[in-house]
Design a protein around this ligand. Structure first.
Ligand code: 5AD
Ligand code: SF4
Length: 439
């Protein structure tokens, strides 16, 4: 029998990192590692990192700094850096922070058991290849019992779009879609383990074109097939690019009951001049028409987005165009960021917007988005909607779940278990969550 060792994983960034962390824990689980919630009693610490903005990338080094004493007190402790910072910086990480034992990119973590064995012998190990083999196949089945009724499932990875601000095409590599049958198999396996909702993940998930039994399948086709899996109640997908919103996928929003009325469709800016400089290859008007068509297929759909303010050469007028687009769309949720110049990307070399001006724009944009999101939540009051319950709430007798529209909902009632999908009448909208009663 292998010794039991403790593994602490900290995950930064996007949902794909959450998925990857789970799979890394599974891969190391087979080597006798069990997860712990505290770095203090860990034998191995793994930081799964994000490189999307400078702030995210810098967090890694401040976190590593905090482990210095731990490592000094416990020389056998192994420290690994995984994810997109690992991919982008590789060996530099060890040069900058010599206590790191192991650097593993997002495409090679199926090799972790070997890497950890080498690190155990005192070697420094760096593996940031883009290997020919399919890591998902190497990882095999997902053995672990599930923690809750929702799960992420990566169906597509990488990006060929090369938006001028974005590191993803460099850190995650070229666009690759997993074969449909393997995704269906993984989905069935998750459902057998109690999962009721699956979020299909990809950096450009709606560009999915995986091999199916009768040629390449689109995301719409994959969703229609997943909808036939008994016991799977809800399907979501993220993140999408406007140019890959096919007619079939739009139609699916009106036709597939299990496909949730929530769509994350980033536009980044409402100015055609900036969109062009961002290399987005669509206009603001095209995006607005697309939203109209999606709403025609599914009138109650909640639209979510991403915005970058202070992109190089963004003028006050460009920013007002973004505000106008936001007013026209009326978002239920949105994520917004100050532009962060990223090494190796085209926009990093261009004239930057004044930082104070960018902060001011970000504040105004976020105030508008918050207003819209609050209005959408207030509009839920009185409606009867589906809620998938996940866990007990903070108050006695309370259960918390997510609505069809992805809002947190709490209900106080007997007899609700995690994994139950129930109809709830919304009675109250708070700033971050809704309250309701079982119908
Ligand atoms: N600076 C700021 N925000 C960025 N994003 C991507 N790259 C950058 C950058 N360099 C944002 C985009 C993207 C989201 C995941 O992160 O809005 O959609
Ligand atoms: Fe980055 Fe998304 Fe643009 Fe791809 S489509 S380059 S992941 S922002």
């Amino acid at each position: 029998m292998t010794d039991i060792k403790k593994l602490f994983i900290r995950t930064y960034g996007c949902q794909m990192n959450v998925y990857d962390s789970e799979r890394m824990a599974e891969a190391l689980g087979a080597e006798g590692y069990v997860e712990t919630d505290s770095p203090d009693d860990a034998d191995m610490i793994l930081l799964n990192t994000c490189h999307i903005r400078e702030k995210a990338a810098e967090k890694v080094y401040s976190e590593l700094g905090r482990y210095k004493d731990l490592k000094a007190a416990k020389p056998d402790l192994k420290i690994g850096v995984a994810g997109c910072v690992a991919q982008a910086e590789g060996e530099e990480i060890i040069a900058r922070q010599p206590m790191v034992d192991l650097v593993v990119g997002p495409q090679t973590y199926h090799r972790l058991p070997d890497m950890v064995a080498k690190a155990g012998k005192g070697e420094k190990v760096v593996d940031t290849d883009f290997p020919a083999e399919d890591k998902f196949e190497e990882l095999k089945a997902r053995p672990k019992a599930r923690r809750g009724p929702t799960a992420f499932l990566t169906v597509q990875e990488g990006c060929d779009k090369f938006c001028a601000f974005c590191v993803v095409p460099y850190t995650r590599g070229a666009e690759v879609s997993r074969p449909a049958e393997r995704i269906l198999r993984e989905a069935r396996d998750l459902v057998e383990k109690g999962v009721r909702e699956i979020t299909l993940l990809g950096q450009n998930v709606n560009a999915y074109h995986g091999a199916g039994e009768d040629g390449d399948w689109s995301l719409a086709r994959l969703i229609r097939e997943l909808a036939r899996v008994d016991g799977l109640e809800r399907i979501r997908f993220t993140t999408s690019h406007p140019n890959d919103m096919s007619d079939d996928l739009i139609a699916a929003h009106g036709e597939v009951d299990k496909l949730m009325p929530y769509l994350h469709l980033p536009v980044q800016s409402g100015s055609d001049r900036i969109l062009k400089r961002m290399n987005r290859s669509h206009t603001a008007e095209e995006y607005l028409r697309l939203i109209e068509r999606i709403r025609a297929a599914r009138p109650d759909i909640l639209i979510s987005g991403d915005f970058i303010v202070g992109f190089p050469e963004e003028t006050a007028k460009d920013f007002e165009d973004t505000m106008a687009l936001i007013r026209a769309v009326h978002y239920g949720q949105a994520f917004s960021f100050k532009y962060s110049p990223r090494p190796g990307t085209p926009a990093a070399e261009r004239p930057q917007v004044d930082a104070a001006e960018a902060s001011d724009r970000l504040q105004r944009l976020q105030a508008l988005i918050n207003e819209q999101a609050a209005a959408v939540m207030a509009g839920m009051v009185g409606r009867e909607i589906g809620v998938l319950f996940e866990k007990p709430g903070r108050m006695a007798g309370q259960m918390v779940g997510k609505s069809d529209y992805l809002h947190a909902v709490h209900v106080t009632a007997d007899g609700i278990a995690p994994g139950d999908l129930r109809r709830v009448r919304i009675t109250e909208a708070g700033p971050n969550s809704l309250a309701g009663a079982l119908v």
